[in-house]
Design a protein around this ligand. Structure first.
Ligand code: FES
Length: 166
């Protein structure tokens, strides 16, 4: 079973994962400050962060589920539903927008077969979303595929870029 197939009812914070989390405690001022790394661990294990996962993180760190959910929904890197194997974020904020970012977003949706922003391709390979400024306003259009930051993306470059992600 791959880590993404971990059954939802199994606790993530046990064994090696719990030890990894606990090893971080001395580096943070208090337990609640571990929220972001704890959420990464959940997402790494399950592929996304369900309501059950929110509750598990809250209980582990002594926080409320509402607080954890607020953080999860604030950051676009946390997934609140299942996504494709490769998660693509494209900046369409105004500076990139006037340089063609929306055309790039449309090309990404078309080439991946996702059909729409936020949807996952039928083969489960990609999910594409629009995001606000990725902090590379001088190099439009920037996109983030998983952990890979790619600048100066144009419609013409989209097929070759996607071909790198199986
Ligand atoms: S506006 Fe697109 S990276 Fe800043």
């Amino acid at each position: 079973m791959s880590t993404h197939e971990t059954a939802a009812h199994e606790t993530v914070f046990a064994g090696a994962v719990l030890a990894k989390l606990e090893a971080l405690y001395p580096k943070y001022p208090d337990k609640r400050s571990l929220l972001l790394p704890a959420l990464w661990m959940i997402q790494e294990a399950r592929g996304w962060i369900s309501d059950g996962s929110v509750a598990e993180v809250a209980e582990t760190l002594g926080l409320t589920s509402a607080y954890v959910r607020g953080v999860v929904t604030f950051y676009t890197m946390y997934h609140t539903h299942p996504v494709g194997r490769h998660f693509i974020q494209v900046c369409t904020t105004s500076p990139c927008g006037i340089c063609g970012a929306e055309d790039v977003a449309r090309a990404l949706v078309k080439e991946t077969g996702c059909g729409d922003l936020g949807a996952t391709s039928p083969d489960g390979r990609f999910t594409v979303i629009e995001v606000e400024c990725l902090g590379a306003c001088g190099f439009p259009t920037p996109i983030l595929i998983d952990d890979d930051f790619i600048e100066n993306v144009t419609v013409d470059r989209v097929p070759a870029i996607l071909a790198r992600y199986i």
